[in-house]
Design a protein around this ligand. Structure first.
Ligand code: PXG
Ligand code: PLP
Length: 452
């Protein structure tokens, strides 16, 4: 067999171009990366360090996940201890204490009667788990005709088949043929003419929730199981919800017996200054998905929180019969659960959710100080999130932001996230005020100058 990139000796491995070849990287232009790699060797608190030991300021919490900062001692120690004490135990038919402890803590943290946690290993699995629970719930309640799922344009719910079906990012959908049937989409809520340079929730756009009434009129409520939205669309370029929009979605769902799912994979665990965005916006969905920040990214974990009435609906039938035919081998993995408990403890002990809330004004002002730069078309902020829309290079969409990301890393010591021609910033919640200034008054102006 032809193995062009053969390598057998682990001790001598070096990141030469040949050795980088076999890893097929996701959501990455592989050939460009392997020509000029951005390799990260280690991390601590607010910084990454490249292979030469050069510091790179993490303005993105990795992929929106390292909310407590990197390699925090209490989380590292909890992982090390758990790995030594109990590496794996099934959570089908058996259990171990850490996962129950984590569920209790999450139930306490979540608003309203979101009292139950189901665990998986990523946000994508969380999204599909939520959709499956919604469908099974409707059937359990004798509403088996409710099979339709409603997502939203520009929504992101991970990369599994359920998630891309309700998702609304065309690049993530168009290559993959038939998706799950009976899906429809609400319109997205971004309108630059009405909303440009808004701090926080834009005033314009609550009426777009009424589009759900239109979909109900078209399909009939008796065919609709659930609506899934991100409280703040993250991946698509940061679209904060218009004032009143989420409340109106909740009212329409209630009127028609439709479940409301908030995908909080990005927005949970302090990103918007609260444990969950549901609390910030005063809207209690039936199901919340989470991932990323639950372990501050240190071990893969995701899950869904469900309200009392959802759990209760399944707790029928004989005692020895399984109530929900769903779960993953690694559901509630001991090391992930231990990381989760330790992470929640760090958030609590350091008041990191409150910290994010108290920094929001400073963060928004600092981001908006870039307004007027000729490379910028719009800036949006919410919680500790900022999006900067760049003027696209004519005929080459995405190129301007790609250059910003690449030059930011190599030349200016900052990690930026990009989507299309938008830069999305979301630092760990431990970010210092001086580091906010470093991002917006020092590094970003230099990056913007370099790509002009
Ligand atoms: N739902 C939402 C709302 C997300 O933001 C997922 C589901 C999927 O999670 P996993 O763990 O399967 O990736 C996400 C993930 C970006 C970016 O650049 C965003 C995500 C993932 C990777 C990159 O904005 N969000
Ligand atoms: N594929 C095969 C052949 C399996 O045996 C299993 C689990 O037992 C899976 C997929 C699912 O893996 P996971 O539970 O890690 O999602």
């Amino acid at each position: 067999m032809n193995k062009p990139h053969k390598h057998q000796d682990a001790a001598s491995w070096e990141p030469s171009p040949n050795n980088l070849e076999p890893f097929w990287m996701g959501f990455t232009p592989n050939r460009a990366f392997k020509k000029r790699p951005r390799l990260i060797a280690r991390a601590k608190d607010m910084h990454y360090y490249d292979m030469s030991g050069r510091a790179v300021l993490d303005a993105t919490a990795g992929l929106w996940c390292s909310n407590a900062g990197h390699c925090r001692a209490p989380i590292v120690e909890a992982i090390q201890k758990q790995a030594a004490d109990l590496d794996f135990a099934p959570t089908f038919q058996f259990g171990h204490p850490k996962v129950f402890e984590l569920a209790s803590r999450l139930a306490t943290l979540a608003p309203g009667d979101l009292n139950y946690a189901f665990f998986c290993n990523s946000g994508s699995e969380a999204a599909d788990t939520a959709l499956k629970i919604a469908l099974a719930y409707q059937r359990t309640k004798g509403q088996a005709s409710r099979t339709r799922l409603i997502g939203r344009e520009r929504g992101y719910h991970g990369v599994n088949f359920g998630g891309i079906s309700v998702g609304g990012m065309v690049g993530n959908r168009k290559m993959f043929g038939a998706m799950i049937a009976g899906v429809d989409h609400l319109p997205h809520t971004y309108n630059r003419a009405e909303q440009a340079y808004t701090k926080g929730e834009p005033k314009w756009g609550a009426h777009l929730a009424d589009e759900l009434e239109r979909l109900v009129a078209l399909h009939d409520a008796s065919t609709i199981a659930a609506v899934i939205v991100e409280p703040m669309a993250g991946s698509t370029g940061v679209l904060p919800p218009p004032v009143g929009y989420l409340k109106r979605l909740r009212e329409i769902c209630d009127r028609h017996g439709i479940l409301l799912i908030f995908d909080e994979v990005i927005t949970a665990f302090g990103r918007l200054g609260y444990p969950f965005a549901a609390e910030r916006f005063g809207v209690i969905p039936d199901i919340i998905t989470f991932a990323k920040g639950v372990t501050s990214g240190a071990v893969p974990m995701g899950g869904v929180m469900v309200r009392q009435h959802i759990y209760d609906a399944f707790m029928t039938g004989p005692d020895h019969v399984i109530e929900l035919f769903h779960g993953y081998t690694y559901t509630g993995h001991p090391i992930a659960a231990a990381a989760g408990v330790a992470t929640l403890e760090v958030y609590k002990n350091e008041g990191l959710f409150e910290r994010a809330r108290s920094l929001e004004g400073k963060w928004a002002d600092a981001a908006m100080s870039l307004k007027g730069n000729p490379m910028i078309e719009d800036i949006r902020t919410l919680g500790l999130v900022a999006a900067i829309d760049l003027v696209p290079v004519a005929g080459s969409p995405g190129k301007r932001a790609y250059d910003a990301m690449e030059q930011g890393f190599h030349d200016h010591g900052i990690m930026l996230r990009i989507t299309g021609d938008t830069i999305a910033l979301s630092p760990p919640l431990i970010v210092k005020e001086e580091q906010i200034d470093e991002i917006f008054a020092d590094k970003m102006p230099k990056v913007l100058k370099a790509i002009a």
